[in-house]
Design a protein around this ligand. Structure first.
Ligand code: NI
Length: 217
């Protein structure tokens, strides 16, 4: 099977599995990450077949309940890729990326070993910021029953990246606790450039939000 065919079969699988997902990891998130990762990968000279496979499969662990089992994602990816006759080395590489991305514990940083992993991680983080990031954050907060803002609840300084509970906070606090930290966590120069624009857009959005809240603009 050629690479284009493997990619289109994988896309079909992911579309099927994710239809109806409401956790913020729906098909269109995967699609945006795939497009961004391809762009970054081209700019950084990465292997685009590996980049696109890993982008398509990167949230595979979130499809199922897995009790924090970080092997579910890479295992599912490996079974799928082997079934489709993908090269052993490519399977290993893609699964390493999925495993590292699946691990969401904050105490341990998740450094990516290869340029392919770096651009997929960057693309996933870029999709959490900017206009899309704002929309996803409010949509997710609403789905969790979280208030969009509560002036009596200050953001927690030094909240553990990714591990804090959002339930007793507000969506606006999530900007301070996570989204504003992401621009300094990009791996590649190409992603840092995009992150800068998305970051300043979020900053001005939040400034305006708070001004309107106070009746000042
Ligand atoms: Ni993702």
């Amino acid at each position: 099977m050629d690479q284009a065919e493997i990619l289109s079969r994988t896309e079909e699988l992911v579309r099927q599995e994710l239809s109806g997902d409401a956790s913020g990891h729906d098909w269109w998130h995967i699609d945006r990450v795939r497009v961004l990762a391809n762009r970054l990968g081209r700019e950084e000279g990465a292997n685009l077949f590996i980049v696109e496979l890993a982008a398509l499969l990167h949230d595979i662990a979130d499809w199922k309940f897995h009790d924090g089992d970080t092997e579910v994602g890479p295992r599912t990816a490996a079974v799928w890729l082997e079934k489709n006759g993908v090269d052993r080395e490519v399977v290993r590489h893609v699964c390493d990326i999925v495993r590292t991305l699946s691990f969401k514990g904050a105490a341990v940083p998740t450094p990516m070993a290869t340029i392919e992993g770096k651009v997929v991680q960057d693309a996933d983080r870029l999709d959490a910021i900017g206009a899309i990031g704002i929309a996803r954050t409010f949509a997710y907060g609403g789905a969790q029953g979280q208030p969009m803002y509560d002036p009596d609840k200050a953001p927690r300084e030094n909240a553990e990246f990714d591990t804090y509970q959002r339930s007793d906070s507000s969506t606006v606090n999530h900007f301070h606790e996570k989204l504003f930290l992401l621009k300094d966590r990009m791996n590649t120069e190409s992603a840092r450039r995009l992150a800068a624009g998305r970051h300043s857009y979020m900053k001005s959005f939040l400034d305006r939000f708070l001004n309107e809240w106070e009746g000042e603009s």
